[in-house]
Design a protein around this ligand. Sequence first.
Ligand code: HEM
Length: 92
Amino acid sequence: MRITRNPADSLKFKVPSLRNVMLSFPYFHDGRTRDIFDVFEHYNARVVNGPTTDPLVRNKIPLSNFEKGQLWAFLNTLTDQAFISNPGLAQP
Ligand code: HEM
């Protein structure tokens, strides 16, 4: 809202990139967990709806243990070795 000056954007969060997500914990705007399986459990069971909650997550995203394992494997493919080992992008 501070950026758009539109009160309708209050409490909306940017959907973050998942590039290198296995390395970018802690997760969510308040860093509430370091565990990606906790993130899956958030979508599976802990979504608390507010006025700005996206319709895609309002009814939660039911995930079986097998699907959580598949998601874990998929998210690992988003680790960009060239990016994380590029000295030009390293912190001084
Ligand atoms: C099972 C499917 C999903 C997975 C595995 C997933 C994964 C994640 C992860 C790992 C984060 C934390 C990223 C970080 O802190 O850097 C995140 C945050 C977020 N995701 Fe998802 N996501 C899923 C579905 C969705 C959907 C459908 C939406 C709605 C469009 C959504 C919207 C968001 C938003 C707004 C955040 C930021 C929340 C905050 O910072 O508190 N996600 N997601």
